[in-house]
Design a protein around this ligand. Structure first.
Ligand code: MLT
Ligand code: ZN
Length: 483
């Protein structure tokens, strides 16, 4: 009998993990078997929830011995169904949510050691308590966990100044597919011992091992913060504004988010308590955030002066600077609610694309026109991280159409069309969400063989039995190689 067909002695695992760490109860598991976008419904042999590194090691050794797939999961907020098992029912769903300790804060190193299950908001709060700040943020911050954010190299709305997750990981602890542990949590600024193993695990989507803890980079807290909502004519006008802000305010620009009027309309329609920040309707808006570590009001003054010049020059139509923290949060709430508002409005063909920053304004306009010509009636909503050259290029069904039926009928062709445009523009089909299951086929279709071969070679070397998060990221289903 093949090892994968034998019934594994799960009672051994249950004994190690105890009642809080092991469950086969369908009701316990149900919420964690469907992905956030509700497109994939998986099944699992059991849900295991270790609370310590030693327990994760025990789980991985057990899985390796019995050739069981392991699907690591944090807050289950993946946009690409990267954290739910397939429907074979053979996988162990490895919840990291009980590994939720902040192990230490090393103020003198501007660093914090946290376990994989810590929720991003808790990292923000813990850093603030010691007068420091963790800069990365995103809409799902109240439920996304550090392990998942590292494993997907998450981006979000504050990448401009300090980079995505991988730029903020100074050290890592992980359990490899054979149960061995790589312990590298020292916050070394310089470390030239060959391949960067820490970076290999960032963005690996759990396919090379289980990230159990990381050392995060912290930065000084802001004492001045300016948040503004700016209305303008085009994505190009928005990018021009960013460059002028950078010239006059240095690297204080921390967030620069593009919002088309159609996205704002959706938010105002579906999210209670929201209202338009400007009296003037504009085709495009940007949400800008700038910060400074010094106290005072120079930033606000300098920012206001730039905006005034831009309005006088006719390059900005209208703008509003938040007068206090509550107004700033209200502006961010508009931006962070776009995905939620889209969900209320029906399903869409979603794309998370990047091109060179300078090419993005043209890409947005030309790709939207091309899609709307090729698929008459559809509506494109391109929004997001313009300053990083990353937008969420979502295509919605025609008004009044059944969006689910449309997605089933045309979604595949729309996505292939968009991805071909991205390839032509020299871009990436996944800027910040990862590949997961949702992008697997397209990743295989449009990628150059050398890239796929290199990924497969790394996977084969570290996880020869293909037990780590099979069916994600790697176009060649690793389960096919299980002996
Ligand atoms: C965002 O920037 O709002 C997120 O990445 C979510 C999305 O793409 O829907
Ligand atoms: Zn995003």
């Amino acid at each position: 009998m093949n090892k994968s067909d034998a019934i594994p002695p799960l009672e051994e695992l249950a004994a190690i993990l105890g009642t809080r760490g092991f469950s086969r109860d369908p009701d316990d598991m149900a919420p964690w078997l469907t992905d956030w976008r509700q497109r994939y419904q998986g099944r699992a042999l059991a849900m295991v929830s270790p609370a310590t590194l030693a327990e994760v090691v025990a789980v991985v050794r057990f899985a390796a011995a019995h050739r069981l797939p392991i699907v690591p999961q944090g807050g289950n907020t993946s946009m690409v169904a990267g954290a739910v098992p397939d429907d074979s029912g053979r996988a162990l769903l490895l919840s990291m949510r009980r590994m939720n300790k902040i192990r230490s804060i090393r103020q003198a190193d501007n660093a914090m050691v946290v376990e994989a299950g810590v929720i991003l908001t808790h990292v923000h709060e813990a850093a603030l308590e010691v007068g420091l700040r963790f800069p990365l943020s995103l809409g799902a911050k109240g439920s996304a966990t550090i392990g998942g954010l590292v494993s997907t190299n998450a981006g979000g709305t504050q990448v401009l100044r300090f980079g995505p997750m991988r730029a903020l990981v100074l050290g890592i602890e992980a359990v490899l597919p054979d149960g061995s542990v790589i312990e590298s949590l020292a916050s070394l600024r310089k470390d030239n011992r060959g391949y960067d193993l820490r970076q290999l695990l960032c963005g690996a989507e759990g396919t090379l091992g289980v990230v159990t803890a990381v050392t995060l980079r912290l930065v000084p807290v802001l004492r001045q913060r300016v948040v503004a909502w700016v209305g303008l004519d085009s994505p190009q006008a928005a990018l021009d504004l960013l460059r002028r802000l950078e010239q006059r305010l240095g690297d204080s620009v921390e967030g620069f988010e593009l919002v088309p009027d159609i996205a704002l309309e959706l938010v105002l329609r579906h999210i209670p308590g929201t209202r338009a920040p400007l009296a003037t309707d504009c085709p495009w808006y940007v949400l800008v955030e700038c910060g400074a570590v010094t106290a005072g009001d120079e930033l606000q003054m300098a920012f206001g002066a730039v905006l005034e010049d831009e309005i006088n020059a006719g390059r900005v139509t209208d703008a509003m600077i938040a007068a206090n923290g509550a107004q700033a949060e209200a502006l961010w709430h508009l931006r962070d609610s776009i995905s939620e508002a889209e969900r209320h409005d029906g399903t869409a063909a979603k794309h998370d694309v990047s091109v060179a920053v300078s090419d993005m304004p043209r890409f947005v306009m030309e790709a939207a026109a091309a899609v709307e010509q090729r698929f008459p009636g559809v509506r494109v909503i391109a929004f997001g991280h313009l300053g990083d050259g990353n937008v969420h290029f979502n295509v919605r069904a025609a008004l009044g159409a059944d969006s689910q039926a449309w997605l089933v009928r045309e979604g595949h062709d729309v996505t292939a069309f968009v991805d071909d445009l991205v390839v032509k523009a020299g871009g990436s089909l996944s800027a910040e969400h990862g590949i997961g299951q949702i992008k697997l086929a397209e990743f295989a279709r449009i990628s150059e063989p050398a890239r796929l071969n290199m990924l497969r070679a790394i996977k084969q070397a570290l996880d020869p039995h293909g037990i780590m998060n099979p069916g994600k990221l790697l176009p060649l289903a690793p389960e096919d190689s299980i002996p």
